[in-house]
Design a binder for this molecule. Structure first.
Ligand code: ARG
Length: 571
């Protein structure tokens, strides 16, 4: 980012010297797709040429010669290309200095942490529903949410993770009804699978017995009124579910600061409903109360039997978060099937004057799809995360078995590796495409050691560590000997390093951990090319090539941890 700032400064100075007006917003600076066109490139001469009726190529030339007159600490040369692009090439010494600052992880993190500037963000993620096993549907929210949390955190924001578990609403009335009707076990002996079966049975039976739906509704009304029996059964369902969720979070290595399930807002719903009604933005409709909008369908604030809705509870939630934490930003990491819901929630908060809607973001993630039809499960329709993890473990074990032969991993190391590879593979798949897009779940690709995968990055990291372990130099500030000649693979690598900070910033601005995932792949590919073509430990080059290796491992380490993926030293 600071490089882009510096380049803009140089450009503005040069353009002004030519007595042409320029505004900073007019300047777009990007990395050209092809490195032969420099490290950064701008089309500003074309933009200004058009406005000022000057031939863009000539203008670009004049700007270029101004820039050479001014000189720069970071730019080695400037070229004009095509119809008037200005391409910048950065000085190798500068690139190496940048790499050096990343190399020392603590220094790098200190530098990054200046960005947040006391700002606070709340992120709503994971949010599974009780009485159901943790499904693949909530995996993306968990993975992406945790990565976004980590990214903002490293940038120095004060971050608050809030798990808005689904534990309130008509469906839990249905569950209570189902337990009352069909359960033969002691409440204490019920498992999460039992609860799911009961819920599924309820819906099957309800197809032919309409009265059931009413019964479910009535039980929820009882719950909202504090009926003792209803509450007891419901509480049991929560306890069973939380044990299951904890097990999953433990496996995924996820820790969420708070759990405020929907039921947490019970005692705040009446007040919030009254406030919204008294603002005059609601209407009675067939006994229910709805909020109307200019260009969206209405949202239901109160059902005709007086019960609250998902919407009511989200309004109470937003109010609570604003009052309690005073955040600058609230992020909701929830599937894109809830897009309308969040537009309604945000718009209502704005109409209530609680917060401007710019501080509210919905990262509407896409679905996970399978390459060949459906994932086969033991238990029927829904895909349980534990089944997916089990299968990933099997595949990771194959990798470990191959590795044990020549690396002699101890039993614990092997176990640790299997777990890290399996979870890393699943997470990376989730994170490596933009959240808003669907992801394809393809076992071949996910577990591949030489493709765009989590294991590939873990493997590259372990490779780097094994190089470092063979040398004494890893702990030194070791860039005292920059070789006179930097070869193509070394240069390609150096030209990746300095982008790290920029990518972390971009990931936060676009709410997309995929920016970091793609970047790490690119660094790893460059490192592996360099590794394949060069002897790293040899007399002359040792210092510099170890430095490149060290910087690569630092980037992979920090980057993978941002994505919530563990690194392994031996693989
Ligand atoms: N439990 C909900 C679901 O599974 C997601 C909750 C998302 N967060 C929120 N504040 N509405 O669909």
């Amino acid at each position: 980012m600071k490089i882009v700032k510096e380049l803009k400064k140089i450009l503005i100075e040069s353009v002004k010297a030519l007595e042409i007006n320029i505004k900073e917003e007019e300047i777009k600076i990007e990395h050209p797709g092809d490195v032969n066109f420099g490290d950064y490139s701008t089309n500003v001469a074309m933009v200004l040429g058009k406005v000022n009726k000057i031939n863009p190529k000539e203008l670009a030339e004049s700007i270029r010669s101004q820039i050479s007159d001014i000189g720069s600490q970071i730019v080695e040369k400037v070229e004009v290309a095509g119809a008037g692009f200005i391409n910048f090439y950065l000085k190798p010494e500068f690139l190496i200095k940048e790499a050096e600052s990343i190399n020392y992880e603590i220094e790098f993190k200190n530098k990054l942490s200046k960005n947040g500037n006391g700002k606070t963000m709340v992120i709503d993620y994971s949010a599974p529903n009780i009485a159901k096993p943790f499904g693949i549907g909530h995996l993306r929210s968990t993975d992406i949410g945790q990565a976004i949390y980590n990214i903002y955190k490293i940038l120095g924001w004060n971050c608050i993770g809030d798990n808005h578990i689904g534990d309130w609403g008509t469906q839990y009335g249905k569950l209570v009804a189902a337990i009352k009707k069909w359960n033969k076990k002691e409440l204490n002996d019920l498992t999460i699978d039992d609860l799911e079966k009961l819920y599924v049975k309820f819906h099957k039976e309800a197809e032919s017995d309409e009265k059931l739906i009413d019964e479910g509704r009535d039980w929820f009304a009882k719950l909202e009124k504090g009926n003792k029996e209803a509450k007891e059964i419901w509480q049991k369902c929560i306890d069973i579910s939380l044990v299951e969720f904890d097990r999953v979070y433990e496996m995924l290595g996820v820790k969420i600061d708070f759990i405020h399930g929907e039921s947490f807002y019970q005692d705040k719903l009446e007040e919030v409903t009254k406030k919204i009604i008294s603002k005059g933005i609601t209407k009675k409709s067939e006994g229910a109360v709805i909020v109307e909008f200019k260009n969206m369908p209405p949202a239901m604030l109160q059902k005709s039997n007086g019960t609250t809705t998902y919407f009511t509870r989200d309004m109470a939630t937003i109010k609570y978060r604003l009052e309690n934490w005073n955040p600058d930003l609230i992020i909701y990491e929830v599937g894109n099937d809830q897009e309308l819901h969040f537009r309604q929630v945000f718009e209502t908060a704005k109409m209530m004057g609680w917060t401007p809607s710019e501080g509210l973001v919905h990262i509407a993630h896409g679905l996970i799809r399978w390459t060949t039809g459906k994932f086969s499960t033991r238990k029927g329709d829904t895909i349980h995360l534990s089944d997916v993890i089990d299968k990933a473990m099997e595949k990771a074990e194959e990798i470990a078995n191959k590795s044990v032969v020549d690396k002699k991993l101890s039993a614990t190391e092997k176990e640790e590796m299997i777990k890290s590879v399996a979870i890393g593979a699943i997470k990376f798949n989730d994170l490596s495409s933009d959240p808003r897009r669907d992801v394809i779940f393809d076992w071949e690709k996910i577990m591949s050691l030489d493709g765009d995968s989590g294991p590939y990055l873990q493997y590259t990291y372990a490779r780097g560590i094994s190089v470092l372990n063979k040398t004494q130099l890893k702990e030194q500030k070791n860039i005292n000997k920059i070789p006179k000649e930097i070869n193509a693979e070394e240069m390609a690598l150096i030209k990746e390093f300095y982008k790290f900070e920029e990518k972390i910033m971009e990931a936060s601005e676009r709410y997309s951990p995929a920016v970091i995932a793609e970047y790490l792949l690119s660094v790893a590919r460059k490192y592996n090319e360099f590794y394949a073509k060069n002897r790293i430990i040899d007399e002359k080059q040792e210092n510099f090539r170890i430095f490149l290796t060290k910087t690569t491992t630092s980037i992979l380490h920090t980057g993978l941890h941002l994505l919530g993926i563990k690194t392994i030293e031996k693989m």
